[in-house]
Design a protein around this ligand. Structure first.
Ligand code: ZN
Length: 698
């Protein structure tokens, strides 16, 4: 233990009071000073934990849960309109969980997560205008003081970090006081796999640590000058790893503890057994594979709810109650329906999806039941090769036979031929069922792929944008399902599971650059042509103020049929940016620096993504990127060392020059001079049968 007394300041605040409380306070200070080793406490709790495990074998669960599901649901409704802005992503544990860099990033991510949680809650429930009186810092076990994670890591304290805490701001005590700790989060590897049994109890060693910190907090509060709300005799400790987390609630009157300073661990263990109520939540997922917190999921909700209670202890009851905010749930649901153009709210009025077998005489039977699988959880339709699907738009009904099932890394889509023109090939995208009012992640992507892309392609058509390097909207409408459609005449959908599912059909079709690269078919000529054709598509779109926002190898296709020379088409316009509030897709490898930093595009962003796509497609080594910070770091290093220019220079000098040009524009508001670069690229395109020919079409 370094730094002498760990808690001189924490408890010292009580010593100026009356002599009685001064004596009590001194005793507790001494007690706290000695109460630092979770391993000793854990050893004293072994029999207690054993008895709990025995109990859990016979009864349903060993510990009560801190929150009832119904409370969490109401809280979830209340949080619907609340945005939690998380900046640092949790690193993926798959990539070397032992490395210091990953652990450091995890500490930064948990600090950021707690900060985002607290800020979102403070602004939604307490005050939008008053500054938040709390901050987040890491606990250094060496002296039990708090430091900003960044500084602690920079000072080599990473190995000694024990927890991350939310603290009341106090400029006089920059390293925190224990009575001002609202909540602590313990970041421990494998919280989930350490859980014992199906009950998902945390292991005793983790629980022992949580209890040690909890008692320290309770003891410090018991002799604090701060005024707490009535419920200050309970504390919440969060247990998290890089994906999962749960909440431990420790509740009890520490005045009932025997403060024998010679036996601090025995006294504490006895108090836990006799006077303390410990409740433990299930360990649930908090961060997704990309390291983003799933704010609406139960894992994050439990943690948020605990933080909410902690804020009440220090700031009093919120200005807006959970009930107030949750009351808006109904109207928000209504707004969302309108946004998604559902029109009639009487259909599936409660937002729940009802499956009803259609037994009516089949009118149109082209889509065979067994060729369509509806995934029970997502209700996403999957079609088999050979099945025929009918869609209905404002004018007519059109049939499409599925010829191939494709996958773009995220979602399934199809190559289909119109029934009336079997020789023709088109891309067909099936959207998510409109009854999915609270779209899952996959449904959200489907929405971008189908509904949003339909909107963008329609706007392009309305604005008269035409280029062979842009996709064309061939048809869009709603699926016609098997059986009789009982949709009300006023609009909306019937009970059939596919009723109203939106469909988008586009042309042309081709092989994606991703597939060409993996098949070794993306060479020098392809790279230059691809750069030219994509830039040409971007030039046309940007003339109408439209940016792409999601350039990656899955969103560029090479079209071989119907043209003398293969050419590339920039597809996947669902994430296109039309106005300032639109957000581009986030991709650690292909997003532009500005998009990663600001969540927006600057005028050179699409070109920057195009350069990354060419760099990786031409064999640039694909780095492991598991966080936005890592992605930004890679960009900075790659550009400053001119790695991208070097790699593209091996392919062609014009691509190298283009990369230099984009580098000079990145992050600036200056527009790209498309004409110059299209001309330069065109001069470098080799057409096989013309030698060094000129493609005049673009
Ligand atoms: Zn129907």
């Amino acid at each position: 233990m370094e730094g002498g007394s760990p808690d001189q300041e924490s408890i010292g605040s009580g010593t100026k009071r009356s002599s009685v409380s001064s004596g009590k306070s001194r005793n507790r200070k001494e007690f706290l000073y000695r109460f630092v080793d979770s391993e000793i406490l854990t050893a004293k709790l072994e029999d207690w934990f054993e008895s709990i495990l025995v109990k859990s074998a016979t009864e349903k669960s060993a510990f009560d849960v801190p929150f009832e599901l119904i409370e969490l649901q109401k809280f979830d409704y209340a949080l619907e309109g609340v945005s939690f802005q998380q900046l640092i992503r949790m690193p993926n544990a798959i990539y070397g969980s032992t490395s210091d860099a990953v652990e450091a990033t995890a500490y930064l991510a948990i600090e950021d997560f707690l900060h985002a949680s607290m800020k979102g809650l403070w602004e939604a429930f307490w005050s939008e205008d008053d500054p938040m009186p709390f901050s987040v810092a890491c606990l250094y076990n060496g002296n039990l003081k708090f430091y900003q994670a960044e500084k602690a890591i920079a000072n080599g304290k990473l190995g000694g970090l024990g927890a991350t805490g939310i603290l009341l701001n106090n400029p006089r005590h920059p390293h925190g006081k224990w009575d001002q700790v609202l909540e602590l989060a313990l970041l421990r590897p494998d919280i989930r796999s350490l859980s014992v049994g199906s009950d998902q109890l945390p292991s005793l060693s983790v629980l022992g640590e949580a209890l040690l910190y909890a008692i320290r907090m309770l003891l410090s509060r018991s002799s604090s000058r701060l005024s707490f709300s009535e419920c200050s005799n309970c504390v919440f400790i969060l247990l998290v790893d890089s994906q999962y987390g749960g909440v431990v609630k420790v509740e009890g009157d520490v005045n009932k503890m025997d403060f024998d300073v010679k036996n601090v661990y025995e006294c504490s263990a006895e108090w836990i057994k006799d006077h303390c109520r410990v409740s433990v939540s299930p360990i649930d997922r908090i961060w997704n594979k990309l390291g983003n917190a799933n704010w609406g999921d139960i894992g994050a909700l439990q943690v948020l709810f605990a933080t909410f209670h902690c804020i009440i202890q220090f700031a009093g009851m919120p200005k807006h109650s959970i009930e107030d905010l949750a009351a808006d749930h109904g109207s928000r649901l209504q707004t969302r329906r309108v946004e998604r153009q559902l029109g009639d709210t009487r259909v599936n009025g409660n937002g729940l999806f009802r499956f009803q077998h259609c037994s009516g005489s089949p009118e149109i039977v082209e889509v065979q039941d067994e060729s369509i699988k509806v995934k029970s959880e997502g209700l996403i339709m999957k079609l088999d090769v050979g099945s025929v699907l009918w869609l209905e738009d404002a004018e007519q009904r059109r049939g499409y036979q599925i010829a191939d099932v494709l996958h773009n890394g995220e979602l399934q889509y199809y190559i289909a031929s119109p029934v009336e023109d079997p020789g023709k090939s088109l891309f067909l995208f099936v959207g998510s069922h409109p009854s999915q009012l609270e779209p899952a992640w996959e449904d959200m992507n489907l929405w971008y792929q189908v509904q949003r892309q339909t909107k963008i392609l329609t706007i392009m058509r309305q604005k008269g944008l035409s280029s062979k390097y842009l996709p064309q909207l061939s048809a869009s409408g709603r699926i016609i399902h098997q059986g009789q459609c009982r949709k009300p005449s006023s609009g909306g959908n019937c009970d059939h599971p596919w009723c109203g599912t939106p469909i988008l059909v586009t042309s042309p079709v081709g092989e994606t650059v991703a597939d060409m690269v993996s098949a070794g078919r993306f060479g020098l000529d392809e790279a230059i042509r691809c750069c030219h054709d994509c830039l040409s598509a971007l030039a046309v779109a940007s003339s109408a103020g439209i940016r792409h926002g999601a350039i990656r190898p899955e969103n560029v296709i090479c079209v071989r049929s119907g043209a003398r020379h293969p050419y590339f088409v920039l597809i996947g316009w669902g994430h296109a940016i039309l106005e300032d509030r639109d957000r581009p897709a986030m991709n650690l490898h292909y997003s532009s620096t500005y998009a990663l930093q600001e969540g927006k595009l600057c005028s050179a962003s699409d070109a920057e993504s195009l350069v990354y796509m060419l760099y990786f497609s031409c064999g640039g080594p694909l780095p492991d990127m598991d966080s936005v910070e890592g992605a930004l770091q890679w960009r900075e290093t790659a550009w400053s060392r001119r790695l991208i220019q070097q790699k593209l220079g091996d392919v062609s000098t014009v691509l190298k020059a283009f990369a230099d040009y984009v580098d000079s524009l990145c992050g600036t508001p200056y527009p790209i001079d498309y004409d110059i670069w299209l001309r330069r690229l065109r001069r470098n395109i080799h057409d096989e049968d013309h030698g060094k020919g000129v493609d005049t079409s673009g």
